[in-house]
Design a binder for this molecule. Structure first.
Ligand code: GRF
Length: 197
């Protein structure tokens, strides 16, 4: 059985979609850098080990990441799933879990890396928007793409309506990617291109 640790910072709806999809992933723990994250309370209510690791209690990014990495290594997961984890990870952290850290980003990368993706998509006038699950590399939002889901941008959309449509797609695509990893269907080609067998 393959295992995972899910990192969150807030609501945790993607974490919840992964847990509720019953993919067969053994969720070793849900970890939040914000002790008051609603997702952490939900994880606890499900009987999942829920760990709060407050980044504000650490003097530097390096110190926080070192403690986070140590906590994860103790659990020895096959996958580290970032699900609304709102912290940039140091290259040292990322190097400790090669090709094992996944993130979900609310845009069709490489379009709109970073924050406020829905607002920027509306401002750009794109007609398709969506989400991307990718492997995490030191450069922000630019690791190998594993899967994407597109949604239309509709007349009259606001940041909120568009975000809600993308979120629905996120809740489909992230559990699907987890399943592919569990089934050993994720293959790396030259140049770190990912292909699903
Ligand atoms: C999602 O839109 C995700 O793509 C982004 O942050 C949001 C987190 O939402 N990285 P949730 O905490 O999973 O509900």
């Amino acid at each position: 059985m393959k295992s995972g640790v899910v990192l969150i910072s807030g609501r945790g709806s993607n974490m919840r979609s992964i847990v509720e999809a019953r993919t067969g992933l053994d969720v070793k723990a849900v970890v939040s850098n914000r002790p008051d994250a609603p997702g952490l309370a939900w994880a606890r209510s499900q009987g999942l080990p829920a760990i709060a690791l407050d980044h504000k209690a650490h003097a530097t990014r390096e110190a926080f990441d070192a403690e986070l990495a140590a906590a994860i290594e103790r659990l020895a997961p096959d996958l580290v799933l970032l699900a609304g984890f709102m912290r940039i990870l140091t290259p040292e952290f990322i190097a400790r879990f090669p090709r094992r850290i996944l993130n979900i980003h609310p845009s069709l990368l490489p379009a709109f890396p970073g924050l406020h993706t829905h607002r920027r998509a509306l401002e750009a006038g794109v007609k398709l928007h969506g989400c991307t699950v990718h492997l995490v590399t030191p450069e922000l939002d630019s690791g190998p793409i594993v899967a994407q889901a597109a949604v239309p941008v509709l007349r009259g959309d606001t940041e909120e309506t568009l975000a809600a449509r993308v979120l629905q797609a996120e809740h489909q695509v992230y559990p699907q990617v987890v399943r592919w990893f569990l089934e050993d269907r994720v293959e790396f080609l030259d140049g770190d291109i990912v292909q699903i067998r």
